[in-house]
Design a protein around this ligand. Structure first.
Ligand code: GRF
Length: 201
């Protein structure tokens, strides 16, 4: 069975969606560990509650991003991780982690990429006056939210939407497509050619 690691920084509702899918039995992966760069992350409490090994590693005590990522890699290797999920993880992945896990890191982002990458994707869409936004699951490359897209879903923006109301509706979709993308990866149904991810039937 595929061992996955979930990297988090905060609330962890996407982590919870993965846990729920595993516990429901349709997502056949083992959540081998949760790694947080924030000691206060509620995601760590979710991991504890479900007996998932978890660790807090702060980049602040390392001389460089590379040293920080080497520490993460050491832990990932110990847990025999084959896929890394960034679920609200607030660090940009550096070349050390990327080259240790090429095409084996997946991120969830709250917009229809390539629109509105980076922080506050929902607010960016509202401020821009977009009529549709959504959620994207993609492989991670060296850019910020630029890697090959695995799954996307659109969410209509309503006239009276606030950042909070839109975020809430997008989150519902995030919780569906992230476990689904992990499922497809675990079933070896994803192939990448250039920018395109093909899903094998
Ligand atoms: C989600 O909106 C995700 O798309 C973004 O950060 C948020 C994390 O939420 N990358 P949670 O911690 O999974 O609840």
């Amino acid at each position: 069975m595929l061992n996955i690691a979930v990297l988090v920084s905060g609330r962890g509702s996407n982590l919870q969606a993965i846990i729920d899918a595993v516990e429901a039995g349709w997502l056949k992966v083992r959540i081998a560990c949760v790694i947080s760069d924030n000691q206060e992350a509620y995601a760590l409490k979710r991991a504890l509650k479900h007996n998932i090994p978890n660790i807090f590693i702060t980049p602040n005590i390392f001389f460089s991003k590379s040293e920080y990522e080497k520490k993460i890699i050491e832990y990932l290797r110990e847990k025999e991780v084959g896929l890394i999920i960034l679920a609200g993880y607030m660090q940009i992945v550096g070349s050390t982690l990327l080259s240790a896990y090429p095409n084996k890191i997946i991120n969830i982002h709250p917009s229809l990429l390539p629109s509105f990458p980076g922080l506050h994707g929902q607010k960016q869409a509202l401020d821009y006056g977009a009529k549709v936004s959504g959620a994207t699951v993609h492989f991670v490359d060296k850019g910020c939210d630029t890697g090959p897209i695995i799954l996307q879903v659109g969410v209509k923006i309503l006239d009276n939407d606030t950042e909070e109301s839109l975020s809430k509706r997008i989150l519902v979709e995030e919780h569906k497509i992230l476990p689904k993308a992990i499922f497809l990866f675990a079933e070896e149904r994803l192939t990448i050619s250039g920018r395109k991810v093909h899903i094998i039937d």
